[in-house]
Design a protein around this ligand. Structure first.
Ligand code: ZN
Length: 161
């Protein structure tokens, strides 16, 4: 079976940056399981895996536009410390999860603190970066009708797990 739309792919992966910095290595006991064709993984990696089969090793270099997007300078904002709850601890490098006006969860990075001015960054931490994936496909199976309807994987490693 090939990795194609409406299949569930199980894989081990290693993500590094062009300078060799290791960002993530999947746990062998907890491989990544995703539904192919539903943008659950970055588009560049999904494209590289298209048509591959169990046991294949795929090394993909994914530019920002096919990964987590270009870095948006407007995603950076400087606001007054008083706009955050007083009890919230802010430290440079910290990731804060907040709720926006639509009640959606947003995450941002505290980039700098200068007196009572706080610079935050809403870009994805991997925005603007070229991603090097080294992937081995462990298993591929047909998705169930329910998984296709939900647009995600059920069972171990899945959305309701
Ligand atoms: Zn579901």
């Amino acid at each position: 079976m090939q990795a194609t739309k409406d299949t569930v792919v199980t894989l081990d992966y290693r993500l590094t940056l062009p300078d060799g910095e290791v960002i993530e290595i999947s746990d062998p006991a907890d491989p990544l399981v995703y539904l192919h064709g539903y943008e659950e993984i970055v588009p560049g990696l999904e494209r590289a895996l298209e048509g591959k089969t169990k046991g294949d090793r795929v090394q993909a270099v994914v530019p920002p536009e096919d990964g987590y997007g270009e870095y948006d300078p407007e995603g950076e904002e400087t606001v007054d410390r008083s706009e955050f709850p007083a009890e919230l601890e802010l430290e440079v490098g910290g990731i804060i999860t907040a709720t926006d006006e639509d009640d959606d969860e947003v995450e941002f990075l505290v980039k700098a603190i200068d007196g009572d001015k706080v610079t935050v960054d809403f870009n994805h931490p991997m925005a603007g970066k070229t991603l090097h994936f080294d992937v081995t496909i462990r298993d591929i199976r047909a998705a169930t009708a329910e998984e296709i309807e939900h647009g995600h994987v059920h069972g171990p490693g899945g959305a309701h797990d």
